[in-house]
Design a protein around this ligand. Structure first.
Ligand code: GAR
Length: 202
């Protein structure tokens, strides 16, 4: 049986497409059964529909607060027996209630070497700080902002002439490699979380 994956996204969806392609090529022993977006016209959601994946749009103003919005998403995810929830450019911090329901089963990708530069505009933060290397991080999601246990990281150089866009593109290429790899390891039950550390079983 293939592991069922739900993807939450808000925008372009290139990481979602990388995950989808990896499932189709058999690189991930899983299937994306549900995509949830909080932005109706998100290109990622358009792709999901084209691929024939069930796609739900949750409108923020239909819910009094974040907890009830997240609870409604959680109910839809639970109904489908999803093993793993992947955040792929989902630009909202999940409520603690949501995190508790799926603890150890939510992953996120972030365009920096965490714990450096969490939050928004990570690539811009890296350039302005002056670091010589940055990268991408796949991590489990906890109640904080980009603060959960780290699964895989990839490093890229930061060049003198980099703009935010150039650095973002360089990092994105690595994101598309390490996210499918992290999902593969999870679905093959090769990841073990011990406190802050994630061990990869042989
Ligand atoms: C990616 O670079 C991802 O790492 C970042 O948003 C982009 C989404 O691109 N996520 C965050 O910054 C989360 N804090 P995509 O929609 O093409 O996957």
């Amino acid at each position: 049986m293939k592991g069922k994956i739900a993807v939450l996204l808000s925008g372009r969806g290139s990481n979602f497409r990388a995950l989808y392609k990896a499932t189709k090529k058999g690189k991930i022993p899983g299937e994306i059964v549900l995509v949830i977006t909080d932005k109706k016209e998100a290109p990622g959601a358009v792709s999901a529909k084209e691929y024939g994946i069930e796609t739900l749009y949750f409108r923020r103003k239909d819910y009094p607060d974040k907890a009830s919005f997240d609870l409604a998403m959680a109910e839809e995810i639970k109904k489908r027996d999803v093993e793993l929830v992947c955040l792929a450019g989902y630009m909202r911090v999940l409520s603690p209630e949501f995190v508790r329901k799926f603890r150890g089963r939510i992953m996120n990708i972030h365009p920096a070497l965490l714990p450096c530069f969490p939050g928004l505009h990570a690539q811009k933060q890296a350039i302005e700080y002056g670091v010589k290397f940055s990268g991408a991080t796949v991590h489990f999601v906890d109640e904080g902002v980009d603060s959960g246990p780290i699964i895989i990281q990839a490093v890229v150089p930061v060049m003198q002439n980099d703009t935010e866009e150039i650095l973002a593109d360089r990092i994105l290429k690595e994101e598309h490699k390490i996210y499918p790899e992290a999902v593969r390891l999870f679905l093959q039950e090769k990841l073990e979380i011990k406190g802050r550390r994630v061990f990869i079983k042989k």
